[in-house]
Design a binder for this molecule. Structure first.
Ligand code: EPU
Length: 430
């Protein structure tokens, strides 16, 4: 077991480079199955969810060759459909992209029901509705497997999503990309990773238009081919470091970003009194004064991202006055609040809204990373307050943040990973 130990209270200053976007990388890696060819994927983040995705594909018979730490060649020509390892599939949410990719490639799919962060109920009814509209039948099999088959082949269709779903939109794009005819997805998710997946597939010969709007059109093509493609920067990683600057009263230049993707985050930070300067592919975030309270509601893109909600909660704890933080994407994404309360935060959760009484003095405490973004919020809290914060269950954080300890150390943070074998601590330089 490993812990992260932070001795906080000092401002962070310097430059942090953002890695490729986790959620785009996962869709593109797993989606590459459909190309039946060799793809070179660049700007991959070095995170555990990427390793797990590549291992799933390797066990399915695909050729995986790391060219360097951030570039992989995936040869999907020899893949065996329906053979994904259930134990790895259940480790992460994005493995549900195998459903769309296998269905699109083989006309059938057999995949374990996916895992992922626990935010309450996370149904896949909209994915199923979309697969069925394309001509497939879907059954849940014994042992927690999803079986999908299109005995008479897939056919383009009109699909209207009842809820705005990133995973559903990506899965239907994958299933429809080779389905004869035209597929139209209405109320499609507009997230940058949906656009990135569409751009990747178009680079492989697909005919997808409208990604980034709420209507996506997919003209089925007979065949795809390989390509070389670079993943876009991770807006959530960037947003996390923007908050690190604000929370520690520091100044960070955050490079390799697309400022447009950060607009909702930048706007809220500016409303709180933080300075955000935007340039072509970097932002400079600094804070000199006290933070203003604000109200925030998470929304699908281009609204304020749910994946920034826990990190923002930490910043609101540091602002004077009462802030309301409402979650409108997931049922239950406030499990981390109990951890912040251990640090002295005054937060009341009423349904899907956290009422945060900011300005209370916080103190270091041992806490848990209850999920990925919740875990990184604990790191931010630890950086902001004086004293030694120990964070357990950091495997959640390592699923999605590329070298977070190294990046934060490079801008002056006193942070390290500590091995905890039973009762003895061995410290490791990072
Ligand atoms: N939903 C349904 N039915 C469905 C699908 C979704 O009711 O068939 C509901 C969900 O329960 C949720 C809402 O729709 O209330 C949105 O879910 P969505 O499908 O958009 O989320 P997801 O695909 O499961 C992805 C990201 C999440 C991110 C959300 C929202 C990946 C692998 N995961 O999840 O990322 O929070 O979109 O933007 O792309 C993270 O990176 O920390 C993370 C959790």
């Amino acid at each position: 077991m490993e812990k992260i130990v932070v001795n906080g209270g000092a401002p962070l200053n310097g430059v942090i480079e953002v890695s490729g976007m986790k959620n785009a990388a996962l869709a593109i890696i797993l989606g590459s199955l459909i190309t039946e060819d060799k793809c070179i994927i660049e700007n991959l983040p070095a995170i555990n969810d990427v390793s797990t995705s590549l291992e799933i594909l390797r066990q399915m018979g695909l050729g995986i060759r790391m060219i360097n730490k951030n570039t992989v060649e995936i040869d999907s020509s020899g893949a065996i459909g329906g053979s994904s390892p259930a134990d790895l599939v259940r480790k992460m949410r994005a493995s549900y992209y195998l459903m769309g990719a296998e269905l699109g490639r083989y006309g059938k799919a057999y995949v374990a029901y996916p895992g992922g962060c626990d935010f309450g109920v996370r149904p896949i009814d909209q994915h199923i509705k979309g697969f069925e509209a394309l001509g497939a039948s879907v059954t849940l099999e014994e042992g927690g497997f999803v079986k999908i088959s299109a005995e008479n082949g897939l056919k383009g269709a009109n699909i209207y999503f009842d809820v705005n779903t990133v995973g559903g939109t990506i899965n239907i794009i994958l299933a429809a990309v080779k389905a004869p005819g035209l597929t139209v997805i209405e109320n499609a998710a507009r997230e940058p990773h949906v656009v990135d997946l569409a751009n990747f597939l178009n680079a492989c010969g697909a005919k997808i238009s409208g990604a980034g709007t709420d209507t996506i059109k997919i003209k089925g093509v007979e065949k795809l081919h390989g390509c070389t493609y670079a993943i876009i920067p991770d807006m959530i990683e960037a947003g996390t470091y923007m908050i690190a600057a604000a929370a520690t009263k520091g100044t960070l230049k955050i490079t390799n970003v697309i400022p447009k993707h950060l607009e909702s985050i930048s706007a809220k930070l500016e409303e709180m009194g933080v300075t955000v300067e935007e340039y072509d592919d970097y932002v400079i975030v600094s804070r000199h004064d006290k933070l203003n309270r604000v109200n925030i509601k998470t929304l699908p893109y281009p609204g304020f991202p749910t994946d920034m909600q826990p990190q923002m909660c930490v910043l609101l704890c540091l602002a004077e006055g009462i802030s309301y933080l409402s979650e409108s994407v997931f049922d239950n994404r406030f499990r981390y609040v109990e951890e912040l309360k251990r640090m002295g935060a005054s937060i009341k959760v009423d349904g899907k809204t956290a009422i945060i009484e900011g300005g209370k003095s916080l103190h270091a405490a041992p806490v848990r990373a209850v999920d990925l973004r919740a875990g990184v919020a604990m790191v931010l809290a630890g950086l902001a307050i004086s004293g030694r914060t120990e964070i357990e269950e950091i495997s959640h954080i390592e699923r999605g943040y590329d070298d977070i300890v190294g990046k934060l150390r490079s801008v002056g943070a006193d942070i390290k990973k500590v091995f905890v074998p039973d009762t003895v601590y061995f410290e490791r330089a990072n």
